[in-house]
Design a protein around this ligand. Structure first.
Ligand SMILES: [Zn+2]
Length: 366
């Protein structure tokens, strides 16, 4: 096994570059995964721009597909050489937060060693790869709490097919799950980037029969139709709130899913929602939100508003890969570009500027 590896690290705002790093030591509960394919997320672009702070020198990326190189002594039921993924969010499932049903909000490992943590809750701290610990845009990544976080890939699924499971598909589906969709519902999805597209696919699988999607990019709207959208609206060409209220006969949608993280998308999601409906928010916001009083029915509308961080863990990953293995959905089609890890700076440039119709970029170390 080599002692050094190549890794994409955050240097300073505007700079993510390749560097040589030592391979990490494998503790009893860890697994070392050799990355065969990873990708760049919209969140990585926030990190690149300095809008989401991470430590200088941290390896970025949180979407791993690969092979188990080395298992920690306490990890059982897996074998070295096995193809696996791990969720982008890889909590310690022994924590208070996990046992309370909120593993993505688990910060139990941030408590200094030797102290008994009173509760271990910390918002978003289940997200460790490329946030709190070295991430996946590298030749190898250390998976913590591997027993709970490694998920074997079913035979017959390619790296590209499962590449969306760790984050994009898990997050997008969570958006649909949080929307409390019932068979026959009308659902609006605001923004059709990769996560919004997965929310659309999830809404379809959950039984929504009228799915109205909104984006400013006609190419993405065309992909949305393949993912299950019934009506596509380009916000550059119409007033989407008016249009959706017309389409629903003034009733509003049963559920709306926000998949971008801006005031405009959040506000529109609320404005098109029926009284008693559910707003499921997925976006990462970077400024305060204001809630329009009329759309909020002055606080008396029985609206339900949910937020979410991507769910992780091997059971979540198993379910998502089952969806793909069943043939009900193919997300390999979201991979529009391929790059070598050596060329990751160019991949960032393409992805950050959304050039050439890019949806997702597959990055391969070899
Ligand atoms: Zn992500």
């Amino acid at each position: 096994m080599p002692v050094m590896m190549k890794a994409a690290v955050f240097v300073e705002p505007g700079r993510i570059e390749l560097a040589d790093k030592p391979l990490p030591d494998v503790g009893p509960n860890d697994a070392l995964m050799r990355i065969t394919t990873t990708t760049i997320c919209g969140t990585d672009i926030h990190i690149l721009k300095g809008e989401y702070p991470v430590a200088k020198g941290l390896t970025v990326g949180h979407e791993p597909v690969g092979i188990i190189e080395k298992l920690g002594s306490a990890v059982a039921g897996y074998r070295e050489g096995q193809r696996v993924i791990a969720g982008a969010i890889c909590p310690n499932f022994n924590s208070y937060a996990a046992m309370d049903g909120n593993p993505s909000q688990d910060g139990s490992y941030l408590i200094p060693k030797g102290l008994c943590g009173p509760h271990g809750y910390k918002a978003t701290a289940g997200w460790r790869f490329g946030n709190l610990i070295d991430g996946t845009q590298a030749e190898y990544v250390l998976v913590p709490d591997a027993q709970a976080n490694l998920a074997p890939i079913p035979d017959g699924l390619t790296d590209e097919q499962v590449l969306m499971c760790p984050d994009i598909m898990s997050t997008g589906f969570k958006g649909a799950e949080n929307a409390n969709i019932k068979i026959g519902d009308t659902v609006a999805v605001f923004a059709q980037g990769p996560i919004g597209l997965c929310a659309t696919a999830g809404a379809r699988l959950l039984g929504a029969t009228t799915i109205i999607v909104v984006d400013g990019n006609d190419q993405r709207l065309a992909v949305a139709r393949r993912m299950g959208a019934d009506v596509t609206l380009n916000f550059k060409q119409c007033d989407v709130v008016d249009e959706i209220m017309k389409l629903t006969g003034g009733r509003g949608v049963d559920a709306s899913i926000e998949a971008l993280g801006t005031q405009a998308t959040f506000e529109s999601s609320l404005r098109v929602l029926k009284p008693g409906g559910t707003l499921s928010s997925l976006g990462v916001y970077s400024s305060d939100l204001s809630i329009p009083l009329s759309a909020f029915a002055a606080g008396l509308g029985d609206h339900k508003i949910y937020t979410a961080l991507c769910p992780g863990g091997k059971e979540r990953m198993r379910r998502l890969m089952n969806v793909l293995a069943s043939g009900r959905l193919d997300l390999g089609t979201l991979v529009t570009h391929h790059y070598k890890l050596d060329d990751i700076v160019a991949a960032y440039e393409l992805f950050a500027n959304q050039r050439d119709g890019v949806l997702k970029v597959a990055i391969k170390p070899n």
